[in-house]
Design a binder for this molecule. Sequence first.
Ligand code: ADP
Ligand code: MG
Length: 461
Amino acid sequence: MTNNEIWQAVLAELELSISKANFNTWFKNTGIVSIQDGSAMVCVPNTFNQAWIESKYHHAIIKSLERVMEKPIRKLEYKIENIKNVVETDLSPIISEEKPTNLVAPSTPTINQHSVTTNGFTINPKYRFDNFVVGKGTELAFAAAQAVTNRPGEAYNPLFIYGGVGLGKTHLLQAIANEILQKNPNYNIMYVSAEKFSNDFIGSLRDGTARDFQNHYRNIDALFIDDIQFIAGKDRTQESFFHTFNELHQANKQVILTSDRPPKAIPALEDRLKSRFEWGMIVDVAAPDFETRCAILEKKCAEKSFVLEDRIIKMIATTVQSNIRELEGALNKIIAYHQLKNVEPTMESVKPLITGSANNSRRSVTSAQICEAVTEFYNISNDDVVGKSREKKLSFPRQIIMFLLREELKMSYPSIGEELGGRDHTTAMHAHQKIKEEVENDVKLKQDMDAIKQKIYINNV
Ligand code: ADP
Ligand code: MG
């Protein structure tokens, strides 16, 4: 590996744990001057950078270097120098560089004929079209998914499915895979989470197997990536995905992506990727209405041969509204409870089981967790939150935090102001009212809000 390759691998790792803004500020124009006998010299553009990197990332850089080099690093020093004087290049993607020819054949796992496994990712046979209950919120997504299944690579490419957590994105994605494979078991579908894609990519930089990675992801018939929003802010992964996407798309290979929000609303996603995601078809899955919730409960009861009276089903559908995963969870709990006790479900026996599940997750969330979820979502730093800038990209997330502190924690306006860098209580009050109205009128913001809340409560389990 060249010094540049080593440094790129280190940066790719660091990028995962640091916000994009921070990363760009501190690691732009850095590089490796020399590395030998366990001692490394990194060039940084100025003293300020050096002080910051040394105090915050020194240890992380050493650890990462050790992983990449597979050797202990005993000494890490910094040199202030213009990167152009030291390193041949730059931040260009390693993935596109030619490698020597004596590479070992890629260890691409072959895809099993029936249940598909790609690097441990299995397509679950339980996710099918016939057990997906189509409601108003999913009609279009369902139709698009079927069209793509019938004519992969031809109908809509890429197909982009977005929507909040637990609304059936993964189910649809896997249903497409299951159906395609049923018709043609040799169809080579690569199904991965975006996180896995990113980890594979970073691993390939680290191990010097960028070529293998490239072959692995490009010699396929279709690429399905779940939760693509994960690559936001990860520039190197995006770069690599961009090339993969182009190659597959040009060859009319079907690409399907899911995300918790539409391409335009994914912060820190390169514009060229956003525009590509819009080339094909974008469909959303929305939260199920009351009728659909009832239909889903009925279907799941039938699948499990469990009988629930109509009015009990309606009560559950009224109480558990947020998403289908929770609806399923509530039902499973009800079934387990009654089977264990060996009693018939009644309104009285079911009620405490579901009211518990609706409230449980709300306990013990802290203001720090709310701030963290919002800053992560909008890709800004904590300093941005308490800072003075009125730039919209900072002031808006700030207002979201104020809104959530009020709504979720019932904090007083003065203490909210205090929490956000000593702002006046009227600012907090204004923010709360403004966001409250916007959430009611703006579907997109409502979705973002749901995604943020999921983050808060999922992180809190
Ligand atoms: P997402 O990927 O959007 O977070 P999932 O696809 O994992 O959501 O769905 C969560 C659970 O709800 C899964 O068990 C899935 O089978 C079920 N589910 C979601 N939507 C539907 C639907 N329309 N009909 C039946 N089950 C559904
Ligand atoms: Mg999913």
